[in-house]
Design a protein around this ligand. Structure first.
Ligand code: ADP
Length: 255
C-alpha cells in the first residue's frame, strides 16, 4: 500500500514545545518496519516552528511573521536532522520536500512536485514533506498540514492517509470539554452534521478537527481512506494498515 502519514505538532512535541524524543523514536521505528514489510510511506510532518522556538530559546511562539519564519528555518533543520538520524538507524533514506500553496496552484510547479515525489518513491526513499514556513505568507500558504497531507495523498494516488493527533479520533462532541463524548468509528459520508462536530482549534492553535474533516473530504473524494488516530500509541499504525478498527476511518468514495 502507498500510505501518507501526517504527524501533528501535538504528537511530536511536549506541552513545553520541545521534541517528544521517545514518541518520535517509536514512530520512526514502526514506520521503518511498515516500509520493510513492503509498504510505501510518505511522511507529512509539522513541528518546525515549535522546534525552532525551543532551539533558539525564544521562550514562546513569537507573534511576528519574520520571527516565526526564522524559527521555522532553524526548526526545520533540527526536525530533518532527527528524522534522518532515526530512519538511518533502520537503513532508510529520507528526502525533504518543502512547498507552499503556489506549488499546488501552479500547474507546472505541481507537476514538478509530483514528479519529485514519484521519483523518491521509485528510488525507495522516504519523502518527508512540510509547508515551507520560511517563505509562506497568508496569501500563498496552504495553511495547515491536514490539508497538505490530503493534497499529497490525492496527488500520488495513495491508498491510505493516516492523520495522527492527540486524540483517538472524531467524537460526537469535543472530548476535551465533554467527558461523555463518544468516538465515531466509521464515517461513510461527510455530511454537514459531520462537519459541524468540529469544536474549536487545537491547544497549540492548530487546525483542530475542522481541517481534519476537510482533509478527509479531499482524500476520500480521490479514492483514499483516511484514518484519524492517537499518535501517542505508534503501534496502532500496524492495526490501521491491517484495516482493523482504530480511531475514526473515513471511507473512500467509490465512483
Ligand atoms: P494536531 O496538532 O494533531 O493537528 P489539533 O490540536 O489541531 O491536532 O486537533 C485535535 C483537537 O481537536 C483535539 O485535541 C480536540 O481538542 C479538538 N476537537 C474539536 N472537536 C472535536 C471532536 N468532535 N472530536 C475530537 N476532537 C475534537
Amino acid at each position: 500500500m502507498r500510505i501518507v502519514i501526517k504527524l501533528g505538532t501535538s504528537t511530536l512535541a511536549h506541552a513545553t514545545g520541545r521534541l517528544n524524543i521517545r514518541r518520535i523514536e517509536h514512530l520512526c521505528r514502526v514506520m521503518s518496519d511498515l516500509k520493510n514489510s513492503g509498504h510505501e510511506i510518505i511522511l507529512v510532518s509539522s513541528g518546525a516552528i515549535g522546534m525552532g522556538v525551543g532551539k533558539l530559546g525564544l521562550g514562546g511562539r513569537p507573534d511576528d511573521i519574520a520571527a516565526k519564519q526564522a524559527a521555522a528555518a532553524v526548526g526545520q533543520c533540527e526536525l530533518m536532522y532527527v528524522y534522518d538520524k532515526l530512519f538511518t538507524e533502520y537503513n532508510h533514506t529520507v528526502g525533504q520536500i518543502l512547498i507552499t500553496g503556489l506549488d499546488i496552484e501552479n500547474g507546472e510547479r505541481r507537476v514538478n512536485f509530483e514528479n519529485t515525489l514519484y521519483k523518491l518513491l521509485e528510488f525507495g526513499a522516504l519523502p518527508i514533506i512540510n509547508e515551507n514556513d520560511t517563505v509562506s505568507t497568508d496569501e500563498i500558504e496552504i495553511g495547515d498540514n491536514d490539508t497538505l497531507s490530503a493534497i499529497v495523498a490525492s496527488s500520488i494516488g495513495a491508498d491510505l492517509l493516516i492523520v495522527l493527533s492527540d486524540i483517538n479520533g472524531l467524537y460526537n462532541k469535543n472530548p476535551k470539554t465533554c467527558p461523555d463524548a463518544e468516538l465515531i468509528e466509521v464515517v461513510k459520508e461527510i455530511t454537514p452534521e459531520i462537519t459541524a462536530l468540529s469544536d474549536g482549534k487545537g491547544v497549540l492553535g492548530t487546525g483542530g478537527m475542522a481541517t481534519k474533516i476537510k482533509a478527509a473530504e479531499l482524500a476520500t473524494k480521490s479514492g483514499c481512506d483516511m484514518v484519524i488516530a492517537n499518535g501517542a500509541e505508534p503501534e496502532l499504525l500496524y492495526d490501521i494498515v491491517e484495516g482493523k478498527s482504530v480511531g475514526t476511518r473515513f471511507l473512500k468514495r467509490d465512483e
